[in-house]
Design a protein around this ligand. Structure first.
Ligand code: GLN
Length: 552
């Protein structure tokens, strides 16, 4: 079967769940036995989201091959378990950066470089390159139809429909059908306008996904179908659900995957096998208990800024059959407050990845509390570096222990800062380098690196493996030269990079569960395969919860 391309656009407003709809369709096609890959095309001008504030754009999702991408790629991975690649995410910034390099090199010599055909050609190249033997490539176009910067992308996908033929290209459009309380009616006009906008640029959608708060009556569906040139069965309602794991099942019930196959002319009368989704939903809906984890970070209350983290905790809840509640603690807000008051009743403490000075003292105070009160602690990336710093300050007595990220290094003991900028490290047999004062974009230690785990450690028990691979995104490293002092007093560098230069995991010997990891385990957690670190962390939190209840 030739690879078919499905383009998903959005209309009316943003935040309708285009990423989840795309991921769900991927999962549904997979559940019918097809091979899928998902891609994201983002019209913004940043080269990648790596330099964007998470409050604006949500978390930066990192792929194995070290690309900093949109958080939707996280949804794709979690729903389909297909590891995303650098080539699965592109932005206008990347396209233009390639284009301008080519222009300077003289590739277009003599010609006038234009949006059509040069930008659109590059977009098409991106869509078609680096594919395997997938049956379906799903491409989600970021933004909303009508955005100025989205136009070249829409033109490119229109051209592909023409070039590859409609047997191989399909357009799905996601819109909103709002309920107007005063009129007690669902309104179809915004959808009609959105489709009109698409058709003006030459794209006739094949399927409409209509997000709505309530059931869309047949009359309204017919109206949408008639005015938008779409068969009635291809107007699919996307109703609000309680859990994201319900989305594939609900869309399938509405005939989404069936319509996709039908439009492509693929005879497939069977049903997708959704057992694993139903099993998960069963567990999510019937937890046997609950625990509370405090996340001490900078972007509290903005779930998207820690999307994969929240998902990984949910997965760990699924693994332990409990509901995981999150208490957001603003690290910048409690330096001078009594941390005990904020953390005494939580079952575990987590300090996630982060950058910069703001909130550092609060995070260190929280780590200190977890360490001295035997609360399960998971420190991720910055949370690991700060755990090492907290230990140096309060156990080893090095009062000014710090990272050069937030404090200048002054002491001259010859070993350098405890946490500092690495200018050189190794990936396999390749030495990678970074220059001080270089670009900020894309210059971190990014992507998958291996780590060797010490035998007899908690990390080994958790992973059940001596060598693991996890994804990284950071600029600074814990300085290996201090290892001995730490290990002598009970903080074990239980995971190190294969050549032995970089600490990857630290743990405390005399603590029920205290682990810091330099990498981001949350990026590899899946609902069907909860990450062992998170599963173990939540299990430890559950034990802490039982202790509380007993004491009460
Ligand atoms: N700010 C730290 C660094 O760059 C940690 C990064 C992170 O937590 N992702 O090394």
């Amino acid at each position: 079967m030739p690879t078919r391309f499905i383009f998903i656009t959005g209309g009316v407003v943003s935040s309708l769940g285009k990423g989840l709809a795309s991921a769900s369709l991927g999962a549904l096609l997979q559940a019918r036995g097809y091979k899928v890959r998902l891609r994201k095309l983002d019209p913004y001008l940043n080269v990648d989201p790596g330099t964007m504030n998470p409050t604006q754009h949500g978390e930066v999702f990192v792929t194995d091959d070290g690309a900093e991408t949109d958080l939707d790629l996280g949804h794709y991975e979690r729903f389909t378990d297909v590891s995303a690649r650098r080539s699965d995410s592109v932005s206008t910034g990347q396209i233009y950066s390639t284009l301008l390099t080519k222009e300077r090199r003289g590739d277009y010599l003599g010609g006038t470089v234009q949006v059509i055909p040069h930008v659109t050609d590059l977009i098409k190249e991106f869509i078609l390159r680096d594919t395997d033997d997938e049956d379906f490539i799903l491409c989600e176009i970021g933004g909303t139809v009508g955005d100025i910067e989205g136009l070249p992308f829409l033109e490119a996908i229109r051209q592909l429909g023409w070039e590859l033929g409609r047997e191989r290209v399909m357009y799905i459009h996601l819109t909103l059908v709002p309920y107007i309380a005063a009129a007690k009616e669902l309104k179809t006009k915004p959808t009609q306008h959105s489709v009109k906008e698409l058709r003006m640029i030459g794209i006739q959608p094949d399927i409409l996904l209509c997000r709505a708060e309530r059931e869309i009556p047949l009359a309204e569906r017919r109206k949408i179908a008639l005015f938008c040139n779409i068969r009635e069965e291809a107007v699919i309602a996307g109703l609000d659900v309680n859990s994201i794991y319900e989305v594939p099942r609900r869309y399938s019930e509405q005939g989404f995957d069936k319509q996709v196959l039908k439009i492509f002319g693929i005879e497939d009368i069977g049903k997708p096998d959704l057992k694993k989704w139903d099993d998960i939903l069963e567990r999510v809906q019937n937890p046997k208990g609950e625990i509370t984890v405090a996340i001490v970070g900078k972007y509290t209350g903005i779930g998207d800024a820690y999307k994969s983290l929240c998902e990984a905790l949910d997965h760990a809840g699924i693994a332990n059959k409990v509901k995981v509640n999150i208490r957001w603690v603003d690290a910048a807000g409690f330096e001078n407050q009594d941390v005990g008051k904020m953390l005494a009743d939580v079952d575990a403490v987590l300090v996630p990845g982060g950058f910069g000075e703001r909130g550092v003292n609060g995070k260190i105070a929280a780590i200190n509390y977890a360490r001295t009160h035997n609360k399960p602690y998971l420190g991720i990336c910055f949370g690991m570096q700060l755990a090492v710093i907290e230990y140096a300050r309060n156990v080893l007595g090095v009062k000014d222990a710090a990272s050069t990220e937030f404090a200048p290094y002054v002491d001259g003991n010859g070993k350098g800062p405890l946490v500092g900028l690495m200018t050189e490290w190794q990936r396999g047999s390749v030495v990678e380098t970074r220059s001080r004062g270089g670009d900020l974009g894309g210059t971190m230690r990014l992507g998958a690196y291996e780590c060797d785990i010490a035998s007899g450690s908690l990390a080994e028990k958790i992973y059940g493996n001596a060598r693991i691979s996890e994804r990284h995104r950071h600029r600074y490293e814990v300085n290996m030269q201090y290892r001995e002092e730490f290990e002598k007093s009970g903080m074990w560098f239980s995971g190190v990079s294969p050549e032995g230069h970089l600490p990857e995991i630290v743990e405390l010997k005399k603590h029920p569960w205290f682990v810091g990891v330099q990498f981001h385990p949350e990026l590899k957690s899946r609902p069907f395969a909860p990450h062992p670190l998170f599963a173990s962390f939540v299990k430890a939190a559950l034990a802490e919860d039982k202790k509380h209840k007993k004491a009460a």
